[in-house]
Design a protein around this ligand. Structure first.
Ligand SMILES: [Zn+2]
Length: 467
């Protein structure tokens, strides 16, 4: 099957170029300047021609932080691998890296096998796994090496959630030492969970149960403090560290300082920290529960710092932390007690569009948009050059994107399996037209034309930014 995408502007991290793209089977075969004899030959020999006139042709998005079917308090996040990856495809994302979870007392391998069973045969697009280590001990440390060999090259630890995922500083140091030896990247949820639990108990004791207290009890200072501490531990271990869902100026300052020193410190932020704020958490009645995630949405002043971080590369990735819970039944578990509200927002479908608003608003360049939603995640998570670039030899994960298309984000029209939108009523300019996953069209306009189970597990290499 020879497919040609013609008439479009290819946008890679390096910027835009007017070129036609020849796809042979599952791979990108070649690019040729628009209107050139080579491009005309592409079209003449094609089985299928996709007209991208007036549109961008970008590498499929890579969302390095999702939680499909994640167990939480007797329930699960509501997107399955089937519904969640389909929604991702609608939004121009062609690879997710989800988090497999080690339960306490079980091995890493058991957790990984559980997640393989959830995903295999159900995904619309390709997928990989990070591993959450919630029980650092001699055997799980040793197991990390084997997982790296099997394409799971990043491990997440938590400085938050005592009694659940929390690891002590000593445990974190040991995991980092193991990563220093096997080349893995340690991912960190940096919030001081011990101090936060004290603040939460104090707030509840005073009768402060509304959703907004979720934010007040997780101050940005405690994200900055944990970020500082993790950086020092990584420095001692000689291991790279990647901060997930960085939300606060205090944390960003720590990352910037470490990077200036030359330490291998990386960070992602998420669209919710760029577009939403503590004002949403404080919405009337129980509405704020829709916006409960951790770290919490911050005061609006942090947003300009985060955009600056994206420009300076102190923030090098935007992921979603997609972890949807329905407002009815799930979020409602926390009426009167914010600490019982399931943590997480839906977002896997909207990342590419939302970050494109930053291009329109002059916050970032066109190339930088592609870099932070596709190219750098591919490099960071060991998927490059197979994914993350429109280039010969790469998987034909390609999105035709209409920069002038408009739509309104809403639960009435989104494809995520959740009963509300965190961005309800928001008008965006920029819209996915066509999505190809390994050469197969999976989204055509507003239609899903893919198949369940098309998506394959991708075995990931080591962090490509370290070599
Ligand atoms: Zn997460």
């Amino acid at each position: 099957m020879r497919t040609v995408i013609t008439g479009g502007t290819v946008v890679n991290a390096t910027g835009p170029v007017d070129a036609d793209v020849l796809i042979e089977g599952e791979r990108i075969e070649a690019l040729a300047g628009r209107g050139s004899a080579t491009a005309q030959a592409f079209v003449a020999g094609a089985d299928r021609v996709i007209d991208a006139t007036g549109k961008y042709v970008i590498p499929g998005g890579i969302d390095g932080h999702t939680h499909m079917e994640m167990p939480f308090g007797g329930t699960f996040s509501v997107d399955t691998f089937e519904t969640g990856t389909r929604a991702a495809a609608f939004g121009g994302t062609t690879t997710i890296v989800d988090f497999a979870i080690q339960t306490r007392g079980a091995s890493l391998r058991e957790g990984l096998e559980t997640w393989h069973a959830k995903a295999q045969g159900h995904c619309a697009i390709d997928y990989g796994f990070h591993m959450i280590v919630s029980d650092v001990n001699e055997s799980s440390l040793k197991e990390m090496d084997g997982l790296v060999d099997d394409g799971v090259s990043s491990f997440k630890l938590f400085m938050a959630y005592p009694g659940v995922f929390y690891s002590t500083d000593g445990e974190i140091l040991q995991a980092m030492q193991q990563a220093a030896g096997n080349g893995a990247t340690i991912m960190m949820h940096a919030e001081n969970g011990i101090a936060i639990d004290v603040l939460v108990a104090q707030a509840l004791a005073r009768g402060h149960g509304d959703p907004k207290y979720h934010g007040f009890t997780r101050p940005s200072i405690l994200e900055g403090e944990a970020t500082h501490r993790a950086i020092q531990l990584a420095r001692v271990a000689g291991a790279p560290v990647y901060f997930v869902h960085l939300s606060a100026e205090e944390a960003l300052a720590e990352v910037a300082e470490a990077r200036d020193r030359g330490q291998s410190v990386f960070a992602e932020t998420c669209p919710q920290y760029l577009f939403l704020s503590d004002e949403d958490l404080a919405r009337e009645g129980f509405e704020g529960a829709k916006y409960v995630c951790s770290p919490p949405l911050r005061p609006r002043r942090h947003q300009a710092d985060l955009w600056r971080g994206l420009r300076t590369d102190d923030l090098s990735v935007v992921s979603t932390d997609h972890c949807p819970f329905c407002f009815k039944e799930h979020k409602e578990l926390g009426i009167g007690n914010f600490s019982k509200i399931p943590n997480g927002l839906p977002g896997v479908e909207h990342r590419v569009d939302l970050i494109f608003q930053g291009v329109r608003g002059g916050e970032i360049s066109l190339g930088r948009w592609v870099e932070i939603v596709a190219t750098t995640p591919a490099k960071m998570f060991g998927l490059f050059p197979r994914k993350g670039e429109v280039a010969p030899g790469a998987d034909a994960d390609v999105v035709v994107y209409d920069p002038h298309g408009t739509h309104t984000l809403s639960a009435a029209t989104h494809h995520m399996n959740v009963d509300y939108s965190a961005y309800e009523g928001m008008d965006v300019t920029g819209k996915v037209s066509t999505v190809l996953s390994r050469g197969t069209v999976v989204v055509d306009g507003d239609e899903y034309v893919g198949t369940t189970g098309h998506g394959r597990f991708v075995s990931r290499g080591l962090n490509g930014l370290l070599r």
